[in-house]
Design a protein around this ligand. Structure first.
Ligand code: NBP
Length: 486
């Protein structure tokens, strides 16, 4: 029997889609899913897709492993977390030196760092590959972010690049990201930006609905219009579709969906990592916290009853305000990408990954959920200045922000007046103001810290890294706390 080119473990949405995609590209594919007493996922897959195609189905892990061409390439598409460790433990005794495990799930990058070391210590290779694009991407081309055992990359490159989406210029949306957990870190940041993009679009929808009283088809028309310009992106495109979608009774489904947003953790991980690395990610954090706040539905109902606010007055000139919403969305989106790329820049230095930010922007141009027109100028900026600390420092972004700033401000003023919550638009604007303010009130914070904790401070009239302590009350002494800059 001909050995398979690759094996896929886990036949849920993503594993099934990727297996079909691999076979479609001409590869022989072995598939495995753990057996269940009541039903067989593998049997179902083979009945559905096996006939006349290059699939071999297995419920026995040893037979599955033995069906693969060496060095074996095994793509694990199982639930992130302990399931991945369990599968690794089951596989290792069956593998031989040089075999390659690929985790295509949304694993935490720290787990991937650990697994790379562990699997390499057993003589095999381990690749943590972030995959974005959902079911559609898995089937027809995803954005793939592989990292880990660099020596294995040449052996899986062709396969992964063939199943990846292709950008408009034909290049595959899959490039080597870096060692250790780099691939999953970059996928995590991708998801953080996705959280922010989604929250921003939701706020734009909310303002049109609440403050301008625009109906779903009207809002959809605006999103369709905006999708032809600077805001062109997959998430804007699907939002227009969603807003036009009707249920079986002919009503807009969006109006019947409970306003409680779920999450699986990658947004939260991005914020935790940003805090660890000291990079302000307040827009993405706001998007995560808004999902948290949305889930406290009963509390919000109680609070809304206690604090009845005036209904919006609808006196705004709609044609002006639509442009303000567009510009706020665009400016805030710029901040979202700025913060995400700043986090990757810092992580790259901290973990010695040498991330190629231009290449990352390029592999996000197609296949993934955050694919957007904005990624093309971002790639160009990092091509010319690879170590740019913050995208807002580029002249291209300076021009973009300069154009939309008046409308961004105007919208925040109006929404505040109309009791309409737009926390992500506001977080983005406040990040921009803070970043572009030479003197922040942190001098007062330093004084407070020194007053109550003798934490010391630097002075504007002395060189940096000289630290002072003041006897603020006249009752202290020269003792001060250890110097730290937290
Ligand atoms: P799920 O994340 O729902 O995982 C289900 C798969 O994991 C099933 O095949 C299940 O087998 C298997 N599994 C579990 Br659960 N525990 C296992 C164990 N202990 N041993 C072996 N197999 C186990 O599936 P998914 O939505 O296809 O996602 C797969 C991965 O891709 C996840 O990490 C996910 O976060 C990531 N991802 C998902 C999307 C998306 O849009 N869904 C997009 C991008 C990335 P069973 O059938 O026997 O229960």
């Amino acid at each position: 029997m001909k050995k398979s080119d690759i094996g896929v473990i886990g036949l849920a949405v993503m594993g099934e889609g990727l297996a079909l995609n691999l076979e479609d590209k001409g590869y022989h594919v072995s598939v495995y899913n753990r057996p269940h007493p009541s039903h067989s996922v593998v049997q179902h897959f083979m009945q559905e897709y096996g006939k006349g195609r290059r699939f071999e189905g297995f419920e026995d892990l040893k037979a599955f492993v033995q069906s693969l061409e060496r060095p074996r390439k095994i793509l694990m598409m199982v639930k992130a977390g302990t399931a991945v460790d369990q599968v690794i433990e089951q596989l290792l005794p069956l593998l031989e030196s040089g075999d390659i495990l690929i985790d295509g799930g949304n694993s935490n990058f720290e787990d991937t760092e650990r697994r790379v070391q562990y699997v390499e210590s057993k003589g095999c290779y381990y690749i943590g590959a972030g995959v974005s694009g959902g079911q559609e991407g898995a089937l027809h081309g995803a954005s793939i972010m592989p990292g880990g055992s660099g020596k294995a990359w040449p052996q899986v490159r062709e396969i992964l690049q063939r199943i990846a989406a292709k950008a408009e210029d034909g290049s595959p949306c899959c490039e080597w990201i870096g060692g250790g957990g780099a691939g999953h870190f970059v996928k995590m940041v991708h998801n953080g930006i996705e959280y922010a993009d989604m929250e921003l679009i939701a706020e734009a929808y909310f303002v049109m609905k609440q403050t301008l009283n625009t109906g779903n088809p009207g809002i959809a028309t605006w999103f369709e219009e905006w999708n032809k310009g600077k805001l062109k992106s997959y998430l804007i495109e699907i939002t227009a579709d969603i807003l036009r979608h009707k249920d079986t009774e002919g009503n807009f489904l969006i109006d019947k969906i409970l306003d409680v947003a779920g999450q699986k953790g990658t947004g939260r991980w991005s914020v935790i990592q940003a805090m660890e690395l000291g990079i302000p990610l307040n827009l993405i954090a706001t998007a995560v916290f808004q999902r948290d706040l949305s889930s406290h539905k009963d509390l919000r109902i109680t609070a809304a009853r206690k604090y009845k606010t005036d209904a919006p007055v609808f006196t705004h000139k709609p044609e002006i305000m639509y442009q303000e919403i567009h510009d706020s969305l665009y400016a805030s989106k710029i901040i979202s990408y700025t913060q995400g790329f700043a986090l990757m820049q810092q992580a790259s230095e901290h973990f010695h990954w040498e991330l190629n930010l231009a290449a990352i922007a390029r592999i996000w141009r197609a296949g993934c959920i955050i694919r957007a027109a904005l990624l093309t100028p971002i790639a160009e900026i990092f091509d010319s200045t690879p170590h740019l600390e913050n995208l807002l420092l580029s002249s291209w972004f300076r021009e973009q922000i300069r154009e939309v700033l008046p409308n961004w401000k105007a919208l925040l003023i109006k929404t505040t007046r109309e009791n309409t919550a737009v926390p992500a638009f506001a977080a983005a604007l406040n990040y921009f103001y803070s970043l572009t303010t030479q003197t922040l009130p942190a001098n007062l914070i330093q004084a407070q810290r020194d007053y109550f904790g003798a934490h010391t401070f630097e002075r504007t009239d002395r060189p940096r890294n000289e630290f002072f302590h003041e006897d603020w009350t006249g009752e202290g002494n020269d003792t001060h706390a250890g110097i730290y800059n937290a």
